[in-house]
Design a protein around this ligand. Structure first.
Ligand code: NAD
Length: 467
């Protein structure tokens, strides 16, 4: 792979040190990424503060720039897809689809307006409420959708009039670095800087006096640290954190109708999706049929290097995640779980793990209670609706959930009783343009997507005029 450079104040930034980025399908180093210094964080923040002065007032420029960024991504889509697949592992088709979301986000927020609201307008008094951009934003993102999670912040933040300093995960910095390079000919200097480096670079950003907001996507543990480090300066935080989404199968569901969608929504991106199905609750009467359907799909799935078009499931993204998944499966097996499919790492280079279905599991087991973030799905029996709702909600997580039934109205009526930011009925992970997305409890603070996502990057200003 060619060189990748950081973008600071509209140009490339040289660094003395670099760190290796590994292709998870081969276990080999595919490229090096620059390691940002603390001084470069300062430079990027100063540039963001300078650019904010005029960017916040120039909506036509913002609209044009977001549309031009979308076109730049489209024009480079195949190269970016290959970079995402090589740094993260997902099959090329999934990388293209991530980039499709990136293009859609940029175009959606380019035209989304936030109208002023009138509270009163009579002979004596006029009160209107504006939404002003929050200020420079520190954006910090994870590795599972390297460019998708970044642009889910950049697009609404820039549209709202904020400027952004982005730091992607050190496992997958390359697609964001390339996006930064593409942005140089589209955005005014300082509007978007892209740094790369270790977790420490992220903490320099959240502690820095310039950003007025930290927008973070990643794990619950890091989200708590970021909330704590943003507190002394009262920075606003948006936290999009982990999940442990339950899929609740109702007794009227038809297994043949739902098995493909259940499997796909548990194993897409090798299970490394914040809103993947991470535990399935099924009534006794449907248990065996559902397990058989999932097992046959797990055994048939083609696992391989994401660059091969035949591959349906790629490797886990990194050694840390590979070790974690191996540990959770080992723990479950040692505590009486039945491995109905898979259960082992795949021999050879790369972080490949067999698609795994576990049965004879229950709440209290780590694989059920924790976020596995990998190609492993526990199937759990339940007896009645009240019981399963209680068990689905008995967790610190609250990102997504789904209800599967042949009666969509019945599912829809139960949905508000699940404690999560999104509840799907007969689907999971689906979103239409304009739909908000966020978590409750430990799964996050604030939302992305739709008008709510844009408003997240603003502050309310009331203007009260005595006539
Ligand atoms: P992570 O929390 O380990 O790292 C995320 C980012 O935070 C990285 O860029 C990392 O360098 C940085 N970071 C780490 N420590 C920091 C600190 N002290 N200060 C500032 N920055 C710091 O998460 P991960 O392992 O990369 O991502 C996986 C997690 O992300 C999963 O839990 C997944 O569910 C979650 N996720 C959530 C969403 C969502 O929208 N809710 C989307 C994707 C992923």
């Amino acid at each position: 792979m060619s060189e990748f450079s950081m973008t600071i104040d509209g140009g490339g930034a040289a660094t003395e040190t670099a760190f290796p980025v590994t292709n998870p399908a081969t276990g080999e180093v595919m490229a090096e990424a620059p390691e940002s210094t603390r001084g470069q964080v300062d430079e990027a923040m100063s540039a963001a503060a300078r650019a904010f002065e005029s960017w916040q007032y120039d909506r036509p420029l913002r609209q044009k720039a977001l549309k031009d960024l979308a076109s730049a991504v489209e024009a480079n889509l195949e190269e970016l897809a290959e970079v995402i697949t090589m740094e993260e592992g997902k099959p090329l088709g999934e990388s293209r689809s991530e980039l499709g979301d990136v293009v859609n986000d940029l175009r959606y927020f380019a035209t989304l307006e936030v109208p002023a609201e009138i509270v009163r307008d009579d002979e004596r008094t006029a009160v209107r409420v504006l939404r002003r951009p929050a200020g420079p934003v520190a954006a910090i993102t994870p590795w599972n959708f390297p460019l998708g999670t970044a642009v889910a912040k950049i697009a609404p933040a820039l549209a709202a009039g904020c400027t952004v300093v982005l730091k992607p995960s050190p496992y997958t910095p390359l697609s964001c670095l390339r996006f930064g390079e593409l942005s140089r000919s589209v955005l005014p200097a300082g509007v978007l800087s892209v740094l790369s480096g270790s977790n420490e670079v992220g903490s320099w950003m959240t502690e820095h006096p310039v950003p007025r907001m930290v927008s973070f996507t990643g794990s619950v543990a890091t989200g708590k640290r970021i909330a704590a480090s943003s507190a002394p300066d009262l920075k606003r935080v948006i936290l999009e954190l982990g999940g442990n989404d339950p899929a609740i199968i109702l007794d009227d569901a038809v297994v043949d109708d739902i098995a493909d969608a259940l499997f796909a929504n548990a194993f897409a991106n090798c299970g490394q999706v914040c809103v993947a199905i991470k535990r399935v609750y099924v009534p006794d009467a449907l248990h065996d049929e559902l397990v058989e359907a999932l097992v046959s799909r797990a055994k048939a799935a083609k696992v391989g290097d994401g660059r091969l078009e035949a591959s349906e499931i790629g490797p886990l993204c990194n050694q840390m995640q590979f070790d974690r998944v191996s540990e959770l499966v080992g723990d479950a097996a040692s505590r009486g779980a039945r491995v109905a499919a898979g259960g082992h790492a795949i021999d050879g280079p790369g972080y490949f793990f067999e698609p795994t279905i576990l049965t004879d599991v229950d709440d209290g087991l780590r694989i059920v209670d924790e976020e596995q973030f990998g190609p492993v799905l526990p199937v759990i029996r339940y007896d009645g609706i009240e019981e399963v709702l209680k068990r689905a909600n008995a967790t610190h997580f609250g990102l997504g959930a789904s209800i599967w039934t042949s009666d969509a109205e019945r599912g829809s009526a139960l949905a508000p009783r699940v404690d999560s930011g999104t509840v799907w009925v007969n689907t999971h992970q689906s979103a239409v343009p304009g739909q908000p997305f966020g978590g409750v409890k430990w799964s996050g603070i604030g939302v992305e997507g739709g008008p709510w996502g844009l408003l997240s990057f603003t502050e309310v200003q009331a203007i009260h005029v005595a006539k």
